[in-house]
Design a protein around this ligand. Structure first.
Ligand SMILES: Cc1ncc(COP(=O)(O)O)c(C=O)c1O
Length: 386
């Protein structure tokens, strides 16, 4: 069975995923009044219980409860900024911030405020044409630097679905001692070991709307002894966490949506399905185009970026849209703002052609039956377009 969203075929899950059924059910059951969890009355305590349940569920799921704490925020953009800006603020010695051309804008754009800090900014490419991180080169580069090193490590690339294995981040940590924040936003139920986090890494950040919870809520894990400073100031509540009234509705939707998504994710099945789509789409557009990063074995199970020599991604998106299929261009949440695509440029694509791509990002419970159906639909539109 193929899946319709708003009576359209929705292939833009990396931007935002539809609400999980369990979240919709909770809302429609009418049981979603949530009092302020900082209030000491019975309803407040009930709200607090929902947050604690979510926290415990996250510790159980990601198995970090003994080494890390978790805090809830408004989404990955806030989580990423919290850790990087914290690191820029802390300590007086020499500091180096390493960001990658392939990072999501929520990390990459921090470059624009680094003038306010006494730090050295390094914007790195360090990937091959399939988007794989050249870890040894990165380590060699870090070894030429003196002082504190701060790295944003994107586990799964939102545009291309290329994975940078977490073991590589662990290796960088072990050899260089760098502070490593993992942008784990696109990892949930899209890769084999999505919930096998290493306790050695400093922080991990997620956004709920990427797996069916409400938009405007996310969470980050950080080491228990980490002196976290939040980006916002105000009263701290009973959770001793980020100031402001906790978003209980959003937080509990993380619990519901993640439990549901995990249950329906079958890594082997989704991998076979995405490989079917990858191989057939690549074959279909040859020689006018190719699947970006097609030769990498480190690919996630829901994302395909298609490059086409002579077609602007925006034009293709419009053609797909007119045919009832919703796809993405550019980085996941900045669709609509199209400068040169720095991710594809980093992979070696010519700058003038860097916008000639579209991205299909499917539901996490992709299977072969859906993949075959989706391929036929996509093929019909592509045949008109190219
Ligand atoms: C890899 C990655 N990091 C961070 C973000 C930012 O997430 P949000 O917009 O939910 O804050 C996104 C959004 O697409 C993303 O794909």
């Amino acid at each position: 069975m193929v899946k319709l969203t708003n009576k359209r075929y929705y292939f833009d899950y990396n931007s935002s995923s539809p609400l999980a059924k369990s979240v919709i059910k909770w809302f429609t059951s009418g049981d979603f009044f949530v009092a302020n969890p900082n209030s000491l009355h019975t309803s407040g305590k009930k709200s607090l219980k929902l947050i604690r349940e979510t926290q415990n569920f996250l510790f159980d799921t990601f198995k970090l409860g003994s080494t890390h704490k978790v805090f809830f925020h408004s989404g990955a953009t806030e989580g990423i900024n919290t850790f990087i800006i914290n690191e820029l603020n802390q300590g007086d010695g020499e500091k180096h911030l390493i960001l990658f051309e392939t990072d999501h804008s929520s990390a990459y754009k921090i470059k624009n405020i680094t003038d306010h800090y006494k730090i050295n900014l390094h914007l790195k490419t360090l990937v091959n044409s399939d988007g794989e991180l050249q870890t040894d080169q990165l380590i060699s580069f870090i070894q030429t630097l003196k002082g504190k090193i701060i790295i944003n490590f994107t586990w799964v690339n939102n545009e291309t679905g290329i994975i940078w294995p977490l073991m590589e981040a662990v290796k960088i940590k072990q050899v260089t001692g760098a502070f490593i924040h993992v942008d784990a936003t696109q990892s949930v139920c899209k890769i084999k070991d999505w919930n096998q986090l290493s306790p050695q890494l400093d922080a991990y950040t997620y956004s709920g709307h990427k797996f069916g919870s409400l938009t405007g809520v996310g969470f980050s894990f950080y080491k228990k002894d980490y002196p976290i400073q939040y980006l916002v100031n105000g009263a701290k509540g009973v959770l001793h966490s980020r100031p402001g009234t906790p978003n209980t509705t959003g937080i509990y939707s993380v619990y519901l949506a993640l439990s549901e998504t995990m249950k329906s994710y079958d890594y082997a099945e989704s991998l076979a399905a995405i490989n079917y789509l990858k191989d057939n789409l690549d074959q279909l557009v040859k020689p006018q185009g190719f699947v970006v990063g097609k030769n990498s074995t480190n690919r996630c199970t829901n994302t395909i970026s298609l490059f086409l020599n002579d077609k602007k991604g925006q034009d293709l998106l419009n053609i797909f849209d007119m045919n009832g299929l919703e796809v993405g261009v550019g980085s996941a949440c900045s669709s609509g703002v199209l400068g040169p695509n720095r991710v594809l440029i980093a992979y070696g694509v010519d700058e003038n052609k860097s916008n000639n791509s579209i991205r299909f990002s499917f539901e996490t419970d992709l299977d072969m039956e859906k993949a075959k159906n989706y391929f036929e639909m996509i093929k019909k539109v592509l045949m008109k377009a190219i």
